[in-house]
Design a protein around this ligand. Structure first.
Ligand code: SAM
Length: 137
């Protein structure tokens, strides 16, 4: 395959042209670019799975292979870096204007950004996590 063809084909692959790699560092080599595309495609596959299965199935999915959780979050970060506003920041901003006595339950907390950003007591819950402050199901 010629480089030109490879480039054209790559544009239709799993990562669209506006996406950046999860690390936010610009991929320099061809191999890095291919890895970023693969990671974007993997994220979309996991996301689709989570949208279309039960909570129990999602839990088993991540339990069977916890590396999928890291892949999913790396991909989610990549997606978010292209959005004008991160949804979790909207919640944090709102919560900071409320009483610090509010007790918060953050279901599907991911990296527990809410708990790390406000004074309130926050219960952070997710399917799996390596963070000891996150309550796993
Ligand atoms: C798109 S991420 C959002 C993470 C975080 N809330 C944020 O805004 O950064 C969705 C999170 O929901 C979790 N999740 C998906 N399905 C779930 C379920 N059935 N029960 C609990 N958590 C779930 C995923 O593991 C993931 O961490």
């Amino acid at each position: 395959m010629t480089n030109k063809k490879r480039k054209r084909q790559g544009k239709n692959d799993s990562l669209n042209k506006n996406q950046k790699p999860a690390s936010n560092a610009k991929p320099s080599s061809f191999l890095e670019k291919m890895r970023a595309r693969l990671s974007g495609g993997h994220f979309r596959m996991i996301n689709e799975k989570l949208y279309t299965c039960t909570g129990k199935e999602a839990l088993n999915y991540f339990r069977e292979d916890s590396s999928l959780f890291n892949l999913y979050h790396a991909g989610y970060k990549t997606q978010m870096s292209n959005w004008p506003e991160q949804p979790v920041n909207v919640i944090i901003k709102w919560l900071k204007k409320q009483s610090p006595s509010f007790i918060v339950a953050d279901f599907g907390c991911g990296e527990a950004r809410i708990a790390k950003s406000v004074k309130n007591t926050v219960f952070s819950l997710d399917l799996v996590s390596s963070d000891p402050d996150v309550i796993c199901l």
